[in-house]
Write a protein that binds this ligand. Structure first.
Ligand code: ZN
Length: 357
């Protein structure tokens, strides 16, 4: 067993998760991570798509890539109508039943503007309208302007919006709620791992901690980063559904729960040596963990990393209510993920090939 003391920086987590970072517009949040890590790691840099790379031991031939995607689902403004309402296109996958009445923040070159997603009141709806989920094309944002001219002074076509909800604790079991833990929490974990590793760099590998962009529209940032780094081993950190809320099928997601540790994915997208390595480290160090079967290419950065040729792992962050304005996680899981992966990286030696055959 190795000494695994780590306590998460909740102030940094709250700041990161509440910085608007819709897919394709991640730059302000990347700057938050940059200032957190720039005096901690050996090297920090970005690339032309907006990925942020924090590097420890950059001269080592054996490279480990860690990836958490900083982008969150959001909306792009496509049209401003004569009455001053903003019409939008989705950046990522939404359940439209979760949208009406939500508060959003619109970011433009002129600043940030509060908005609400409007909806015809139930009293005014016809019987058949009440049964249907709203269509995405009928969702709009009201920023309180009297007409197009006033709205156009604030917002332009192509600007973006995200849910406007803060970071809060929920109950007394170390749970936290925010919009867009998917996947600021992954980028947060990567940053915290880099900070822990920087305390004693006397391990074999070079480590590339990446806050990736544009995962929600096809893991575009991870493709670029994996190509640039050409890692031997890659681990992605992304939220994973838990089965501990009503109406979730355990047959589909497994018997996973908040507070029961990292969810280690197993399947063709994942290298069996990495999977076994993570499980062995968890058992040896008495870190709780959960297993999840994933029979296809995962819809995460792990997919892009594997296709670069790296031995790939996917560590899931237990999450309830994914892609809603109120995603819930457990802070104990975050600490256990950081401890697990720091110990895993430190355990890797020159003779480890990660070849499954
Ligand atoms: Zn995600």
């Amino acid at each position: 067993m190795i000494n695994l003391s780590y306590e998460l920086n909740e102030e940094f987590l709250a700041k990161l998760v509440t910085t608007p970072r819709a897919t394709g517009y991640e730059f302000p949040a990347q700057r938050v991570i940059k200032s957190y890590l720039e005096n901690v790691v050996d090297k920090i840099k970005s690339d032309r798509v907006g990925n942020l790379y924090a590097i420890i031991n950059p001269d080592r031939p054996f490279k480990i890539m860690l990836a958490g995607h900083i982008d969150q689902i959001g909306f792009q403004i496509s049209h401003i109508d004569d009455e001053g309402f903003l019409w939008i296109l989705p950046l990522g996958g939404f359940d439209t039943t979760t949208l009406p009445g939500k508060r959003v923040i619109v970011s433009s070159k002129n600043g940030q503007f509060k908005g609400v997603i409007g909806k015809k009141a139930i009293h005014l709806m016809k019987a058949e309208e009440r049964k249907k989920a709203p269509e995405m094309e009928k969702i709009y944002i009201d920023i309180g302007c009297k007409d197009k001219e006033e709205a156009s002074k604030k917002v332009d076509i192509g600007d973006f919006a995200v849910f406007d909800y803060g970071y809060e604790r929920l109950g007394d079991n170390n749970l936290a709620v925010a919009a867009g833990f998917d996947d600021a929490i992954g980028s947060f974990i990567v940053a915290e791992i880099m900070k822990e590793l920087a305390k004693d760099k006397n391990f074999y590998a070079g480590v590339y901690g990446i806050s990736t962009v544009q995962e929600e529209i096809g893991m575009r940032g991870a493709h670029v980063a994996a190509k640039a780094i050409n890692p031997d081993v890659g681990i992605a950190f992304d939220v994973e559904h838990t089965a501990d809320a009503p109406e979730i099928e355990k047959k589909r997601v497994g018997d996973t729960k908040l507070g029961c540790g990292p969810i280690i994915s197993i399947g063709p997208n994942l290298n069996p040596v990495v999977v076994k390595g993570l499980i062995d480290i968890a058992e040896k160090n008495e870190i709780p963990y959960q297993k999840h079967a994933e029979p296809r290419g995962t819809g995460t950065d792990a997919n892009a990393i594997q296709l670069s040729g790296a031995a790939t792992g996917l560590v899931g962050i237990p999450n309830r209510y994914m892609h809603t304005a109120s995603e819930v996680i457990c802070l104990d899981d975050i600490e256990n993920i950081v401890k697990l992966v720091v110990a895993f990286i430190k355990s890797i030696k020159e003779e480890d090939t990660f070849l499954p055959i």
